[in-house]
Ligand binder design. Sequence first.
Ligand SMILES: Cc1cc2nc3c(=O)[nH]c(=O)nc-3n(C[C@H](O)[C@H](O)[C@H](O)COP(=O)(O)OP(=O)(O)OC[C@H]3O[C@@H](n4cnc5c(N)ncnc54)[C@H](O)[C@@H]3O)c2cc1C
Length: 586
Amino acid sequence: MSPISATYVHNADAAAPIHVQVTWDSAPVKDATQEARPKAIGPQYIETQRPKVIIVGAGIAGLSLGVLLQLAGIEFRILERMTEFEHAESAIFLNGMTQKFFQQIGALDEIMSHAKMITSMVTANEDRKVEYTLEFGEQVKLFGSSGYIVPRKVLHDVLVSRIERQNIVMGKRVLTYIPGNRYVTVKCSTGDLITCDILVGADGFFSAVRQNLYVELNAKGLLPPKDSQDIALTTVRLVGQTIPLDPEEFPAIKDENCQFMRIVSDSKPYSWTYFTTATNCVCWSVTSFAERDSNRVFANTTFDYSQALSMAREVMDFPIITGGPGEPTMKDFLKYTTTSMKKIVLEEKLFKTWYHGRVVLIGNACHKINPSGGSGATNSIHDAISLANYIVSLPHWCEQKDIDHRFKAYQDERMPWIKEAFESTKLFKGMVEKNLKATMIRLYAKTMTGTVARSTMLKMNSNRPQAAFLDYVPDTGTVPSEYQHSYHFTLRILQDRALEDAEADARAQEMKDNAVRDESEATTSSKLTSKAPLTPALAAIAEASAIVTARSAASAAAAAASQSKNALETFQNTPSKAKKPIASVV
Ligand SMILES: Cc1cc2nc3c(=O)[nH]c(=O)nc-3n(C[C@H](O)[C@H](O)[C@H](O)COP(=O)(O)OP(=O)(O)OC[C@H]3O[C@@H](n4cnc5c(N)ncnc54)[C@H](O)[C@@H]3O)c2cc1C
């Protein structure tokens, strides 16, 4: 494979672009039979020779997968079309179900130091009267964590800072790929051809990888009709974030917890939402249900700033509640909002096909969830965890059947949760729409009994996945995490590998001991006879030593075996719902 050159711009710590030559450390596997099989090394069950992975897109999904593959020792590159990261000046809601991930990658404290917890969500009407409040205060006790608001830039920087700089290649727009039986070749707009073993499309809703995948499947007659249907544009939204506000004028920002407010109009087709951030800013959005269209296919619709300004003028008199004096309106946010304000389209679609051959999709590339439910980023991270587990579980010199099996297991694990997210998003989305159904949903939410609210919350928060190849994070709440196949499956494979390594080390040590003993006997005999040949024994020692040296990770592997065993024991001792048999997906 020929190396590619690329420009990598690392915003976090470099003002000027850094030019780097990007190559794989080792060539991708072309024919497993042509090369000697590699040996496993420790710690943490990582192999020396694994599939080379190209991730297209450095969004939340691609970066999360990159961080995990980095920690797993799997060689990868992220190709990002932008030449520089654009840090959206906004904050994002992350579900408490992401906290184990951040803890595993050693970033939880950093994230939480910039976060505001969400303990409730208030819905009010245009008369500034609270209609009902959804309480989340119990979540920490039940699940060990609650939802939180974090600046997008912080989230992004945390992920980027954990990826070695040569692994993110900026300015590489992927156009297409050429599928192959043993490898796949990615084509970039810069003319580069990059060969890899696995191609991950993490390139967002208008994914070039998905579009090419579907062309390939369509040509083979394998694309389900639903996947070739138009993508419906559901709603249009104006989003923005203020500069840090004066707590006297906006007392709501003084509260230690996030103040999350939704106002739903009874007289116009709009709803508007805003929440406070840890940096004393307010993130706000106004959704219009008037602008709908369902005739767009694979087109990236963007509005320019003048269109955003025009929508801002339409909505500036909408009433808001700030806890301050007077009758504040959206104008009070708009006057402190920077030019990062945007008018955007909220599409949504759940694709049926997530993989084929050596190509697999994660994040928005395979499921775009309406942001009203605030679960798009959380689910992108969960996709990355599941896929990373299955990639790590692949055998050495894996074949297509192994990849097929892992990709299927990944989609099987994730699809039910994504469907769940779409369902719960319908509830949140429905609440703020302007129709009879929405009125019913709001009434339902208002009168929802404690038991119903609790069971909805239990369902939504029971999925708290983690990586099997990193330190296990136990549950701290009273509700156990839902069964996670990718974790059990991969942990068992890693444990078996570590035990095999430990046994191989023990055998090598035994050979060495035998050789030393033979040599010692031969020396004694030689001293007695003065003419006995030493060469075979010395050769045996040399051979045994070489094996031991080659397996220099003997102690690490043994430690890994014990670590794996401990992790499994800890896991098994942890209460878990539905202990499904691991073999069910095999
Ligand atoms: C207004 C708004 C508010 C939201 N709020 C929340 C929230 O509060 N909570 C939440 O959980 N979710 C929220 N979401 C959703 C969330 O942001 C997304 O679900 C999530 O970011 C998806 O991440 P992704 O990595 O899959 O895709 P993206 O973020 O779209 O990233 C894709 C990346 O791929 C790159 N790329 C695209 N094409 C190519 C190509 N051909 N070659 C190379 N690179 C390419 C892009 O430049 C981009 O960097 C919100 C979304 C919107 C629009």
